[in-house]
Design a protein around this ligand. Structure first.
Ligand code: ATP
Length: 590
């Protein structure tokens, strides 16, 4: 994206308060826009990128505001000292609340955050400790080196500085290994875990990050208002924060600033205008907000920021990462010994209610071997994959990898051992480019944490991870598509992108679910060539595939499943002439 729209936004933000004759009221409104934007930036990470909807951000604003209000007025602690304390208290509270609430999925997560926010409102409004609904007053203004930020104009530039820092930190975070892990949540937890991402930690981190930004906003708010009470931290405020993020473009950091500006100004104007039109006081702006939200979601589902930056997009320019100088390649795992049993499946069984999806299956795959699992629809092939990779827990039986029992290990720990997989129904992250999707596969080969990402100390490691992603894309013949949105590719190519992502894990064992589906003849031949080469390097491959020409021409051994049981096992030639297999499956396929 061009840097022009953000630079214009920044220049406007710096210059507007300097306009001669600007009423102080507008400067105060700008202060509020900045405060709200800080909260909305957190929601970009949590909701726009991580896909977790929170109606509880006003509560975290309240954590920051009440912490500094209590510490400064009752204990005489300096406002600057209360900032780290407020951040710490909020981070701990958000961690605990997140650990409980983020287990909820679907609609239950937003409902859970609503419940927390309502609780906060009533607790602060009913306990003497928080001075009930009257709140706490007499909070000192911020001052530094004799300059007191008591008036709105001076405070404005401090708030703007915090907004800019929050934007930079968030952009850096989202462009880092941890940022990719948060983005990966959008492709589904199973896909992310299969790349080694600890999805629970990624979710909690995003939740805590958003809460900390909200807390900083609350801290600034308390010293601007110099009084706090429960009203600004109620559920209605949380809805407005979400509205700001959505209107601006929930996936776009600068969109948060835009959304905060639009919603705050419209709300303010409507609060003046509507009572005059209707002839009596009332919260009519809520109704108009609803109409505006529906209109925006209809015309610009991704928010307004993408519409603004679209004309500035630099056409035909490939991602800067393409041009980066070569860096040291990532360390590789030791290749497995060809011929030694790598994966052993013994008596594996899975039942769903009365249905036996996998019925006491035994087989093994050796290093460098290419084995296919075939059978009619519903035979239990994908379930077998899921049992091996930890996505599903077996009802009975054992899976061993190398010398280790991996039965019941979660997918991310299975991935850590060097088992990588693709999915029957492609699981890529639509909002990310091909190369960013592939780089998620290298998650376990990097170590940079969130702080080094935010501080940009991860650049060498990132260059190495992306060099690896490019190498794998080149290997599968899709380097030319690296910068395209992943889901703009044909479905067959998306399957190949998943293979490149799996290869980024540097696997010793690859499980491919219908890799040739949707590919043209030449593409299938190229894929078969790549898989043979991987086999020669010692990588073991187990694939589910319905294309019998592909299977018979590539695999050294074929295992046939039917109704959950193993029907036959042998070389392609043996399987091809097995009457039971011909009757159950090959007759139908031919
Ligand atoms: P296909 O070639 O169509 O993908 P498959 O051989 O991979 O078929 P599975 O997807 O493993 O078959 O399904 C085996 C059986 O288990 C089917 O009858 C399916 O309906 C059932 N099954 C799979 N997953 C579940 C689940 N989560 N809950 C209940 N039943 C399931």
């Amino acid at each position: 994206m061009s840097r022009l729209p953000p630079l214009i936004a920044l220049a406007v933000a710096i210059l507007v308060p300097l306009l001669p004759g600007l009423p102080p009221f507008w400067v105060t409104l700008l202060d509020y826009i900045g405060l709200y934007a800080i909260v909305a930036i957190g929601l970009v990470v949590l909701t726009g990128v991580g896909g977790m909807t929170s109606f509880g951000q006003a509560m975290f604003v309240g954590f920051g505001a009440y912490t500094t209000a209590i510490l400064t007025t009752r204990y005489g602690i300096s406002p600057w000292a209360t900032l780290p304390i407020a951040v710490l208290i909020t981070a701990c509270a958000a961690y605990l609340i997140g650990a409980i609430t983020l287990r909820l999925s679907g609609h239950y997560l937003p409902v859970g955050t609503i419940a927390w926010n309502i609780s906060f409102y009533y607790i602060t409004g009913n306990l003497d400790f928080f001075r009930r609904y009257d709140g706490i007053s007499g909070i000192p203004p911020l001052s530094i080196a004799g300059i007191s930020f008591i008036d709105s104009a001076k405070l404005y530039y401090l708030i703007l500085l915090v907004v800019v820092l929050a934007i930079l930190a968030t952009q850096n975070l989202l462009d880092s290994r941890i940022g990719r892990a948060i983005r990966a949540l959008r492709g589904g937890a199973i896909a992310a875990e299969s790349c080694g991402v600890d999805t629970s930690s990624a979710k909690i981190f995003a939740f805590v990050y958003a809460a900390v930004l909200a807390s900083v906003s609350g801290w600034l708010y308390a010293h601007m208002q110099r009084a706090v009470n429960p009203s600004p931290f109620n559920i209605e405020a949380s809805i407005e924060y979400l509205l700001m993020a959505v209107v601006g473009g929930a996936g776009h950091v600068w969109g948060a600033l835009l959304g905060a500006g639009i919603v705050t100004i419209i709300k303010d104007q409507l609060q003046d205008l509507l009572p005059k039109l209707v002839g009596q006081q009332g919260n009519y702006e809520i109704i108009v907000f609803g109409v505006i939200l529906v209109a925006i979601l209809q015309t610009a589902p991704d928010g307004l920021w993408p519409l603004i930056v679209r004309p500035f997009r630099r056409l035909g320019k490939s991602a800067s990462r393409q041009a980066r100088a070569a860096v040291e390649a990532l360390a590789r795992r030791e290749a497995p010994q060809r011929g030694n049993a790598l994966l052993e499946v013994k008596g594996l069984r899975k039942t769903y209610g009365g249905l036996v999806a996998v019925n006491d299956i035994d087989f093994s795959v050796a290093g460098g071997e290419i084995v296919s699992l075939i059978g009619p629809n519903g035979a239990g092939k994908t379930t077998t994959f899921n049992l091996i990779t930890g996505v599903d827990r077996p009802s009975a039986g054992e899976v061993r990898f190398g010398s280790r029992a991996i039965t019941n290990l979660p997918p991310r720990l299975v991935a850590r051992l060097g088992l990588a997989r693709t999915f029957q129904h492609v699981r890529l992250i639509a909002a990310m480019s091909v190369i960013d999707n592939v780089a998620i596969g290298a998650h376990l080969r990097g170590h940079a944490g969130a702080l080094s990402g935010i501080a940009r100390l991860d650049r060498t490691e990132e260059a190495r991870l992306f060099q690896e992603a490019r190498r794998q894309l080149e290997r599968v013949g899709l380097l030319g598509e690296a910068d395209k949105p992943a889901t703009s590719l044909a479905l067959g190519q998306q399957r190949i992108v998943e293979i490149a992502r799996a290869l980024c894990l540097d696997p010793t064992f690859l499980l491919l679910d219908e890799p040739a589906a949707g590919l043209r003849h030449q593409e299938k031949a190229a894929l078969a060539g790549l898989l043979r080469k991987l086999g020669d390097e010692g990588v073991a491959i187990l694939l589910v595939e319905h294309d019998m020409d592909f299977v018979m021409g590539l695999c050294e051994r074929v295992i046939v499943m039917n109704f959950g049981s193993k029907l036959a096992e042998g070389t392609p030639a043996e399987i091809g002439r097995d009457p039971a297999v011909v009757e159950a499956y090959l007759g139908a396929v031919a």
